[in-house]
Design a protein around this ligand. Structure first.
Ligand code: HAM
Length: 423
């Protein structure tokens, strides 16, 4: 029986992978300009790391983790997100000793056992960026600016930036209490999950997508009516910096995001072309988490882009990044094949994309393949060309033909390819 991919997991096929590489290169270049360094944490971590950072009552931890026991019976989990791992690495390797401000990014796969649907996979990819050591709001605006600039660089359709403040541990207490009372009074209108959430972790009701629950939270108390002066100053500061950067935004008091570690700023970048899974990136501040996980009391903020959702928005750019060979070498006969094989190698070793058939094929079949690959030019070498010392170089676009001296063909070809004027 044919074995295929697991539900919610997918192959990234070569044509798509070319766009992924382009997107990742854009991210690397932009992140470098903003001073971010790459970190590559492992995919498998202790389960505790995620339950203690993301929160036991979140959907991610309570329902969606790919967890198993190792041979010693210890719980290990395929990472459902990267922030927890970056925080662990920041503490474990004392990265704060190197530099008071650490700016780190992670790219790679995440795993969540969610119900697969458009924009939602069980293995998906994120591009994460995190800043440690600054309480904001300048760093909040800086990292949001980087995310916006990244999407602009990909020429994505206009996206919407939504921001909110969840307050700090002091002001959130009053809000939690009032929210809980409000939700408990309306428990009959909530789904079974939210009835439980209303009691143990009422903020999580905001994440629920069930119609009835959405209607209840739409009328719920607003966190923005509860935040203390310091949190208000912080949130006001962020808005001023964004205005200074001419980045449009909307404030939405229901944007609590599905992870427990957020503190003050939360934000999402959304697209109305994505359907119900409309967030192409999300993030926020998580001051307190580094300390809670055993590190120093360092503030932090970050975001993650969902790469599959971003790819959905990029649909149609496939051809742009499809690389075509600069040269195809078409050979007639074994002798010509043996003679030209080292030329192919030398051109490739100098970084030029060159193709050639492995087996012996007729000229027509080779020209057809060169055409399908989109080769810009074809060098034709057979017994006659070897005898005369002159190969034929055909420009596939203009159909013009040139002679190439076969005594030193590699240098001549390199020059022609570099000049791009002829052939
Ligand atoms: P998150 O909102 O869970 O945040 O995920 C960030 C982005 O990953 C989402 O906006 C979405 O684009 C994408 N995403 C999430 N789940 C899926 C899925 N099942 N399939 C496809 N794409 C998905 C975090 O993960 C935080 N760690 C972000 C962060 C970094 N906060 C601070 N620093």
């Amino acid at each position: 029986m044919e074995i295929t991919t697991i539900k919610g997991f997918k192959d990234i096929l070569p044509q798509e992978a070319a766009i992924w590489q382009w997107v990742e290169t854009q991210a690397r270049e932009i992140f470098r300009a903003f001073g971010f360094k790459e970190i590559r944490p492992p995919l498998l971590e202790r389960t505790d790391l995620f339950s203690r950072t993301i929160g036991e009552d979140t959907d991610i931890v309570s329902k969606q983790m790919y967890s198993l026991s190792d041979s010693k019976g210890r719980g290990v989990t395929l990472r459902p997100e990267a922030t927890a791992s970056v925080v662990r690495a920041y503490i474990q390797h004392r990265l704060y000793h190197d530099m008071p401000i650490q700016k780190l990014f992670v790219m790679g796969p995440m795993f969540r056992h969610e119900r697969p649907q458009k924009g939602r996979f069980r293995q998906f990819h994120q591009i994460n960026a995190e800043i440690f050591g600054d309480p904001g709001p300048v760093s909040d605006a800086d990292i949001i600016n980087m995310a916006v600039h990244f999407f602009d660089s990909l020429n994505l359709e206009p996206l919407t930036l939504i921001i909110n403040s969840l307050g700090c541990t002091r002001c959130r207490g009053g809000f939690r209490k009032d929210l809980k009372d409000y939700l408990v009074q309306r428990r009959d209108l909530l789904c079974p999950d939210c009835r439980k959430r209303a009691k143990v972790n009422p903020l999580r009701v905001f994440d629920c997508k069930v119609e009835g629950c959405r209607a209840v939270v739409a009328e719920a108390p607003s966190i923005l009516d509860y935040i203390c002066n310091d949190c208000q100053t912080h949130f006001g500061g962020l808005q001023e910096y964004l205005e200074g950067l001419q980045i449009p935004f909307a404030v939405d008091h229901t944007l609590v995001r599905g992870l427990d570690y957020y503190y003050r700023t939360t934000f999402e970048i959304q697209s109305d072309r994505l359907g119900s899974q409309n967030a192409v990136a999300g993030g926020g501040r998580y001051d307190g988490l580094v300390k809670q996980m055993g590190g120093p009391d360092h503030p932090a903020i970050g975001f993650a882009v969902g790469v599959e959702r971003m790819m959905e928005l990029l649909d149609g750019s496939t051809k742009k990044v499809n690389e075509c060979p600069e040269l195809f070498i078409a050979v007639l006969g074994d002798k010509a094949g043996e003679k030209t094989f080292p030329w192919l190698s030398e051109l490739r070793r100098s970084g030029i994309y060159v193709e050639m058939e492995y087996g012996s094929k007729g000229l027509k079949a080779q020209m057809k393949r060169a055409d399908r690959l989109g080769a810009k030019r074809v060098l034709i070498v057979g017994d006659n060309e070897l005898a005369s010392g002159k190969g034929i170089l055909r420009d596939m676009e203009t159909k013009a033909q040139f002679e190439v001296d076969l005594d030193s063909p590699v240098e001549a070809l390199k020059k022609m390819i570099a000049s791009k004027t002829e052939c």
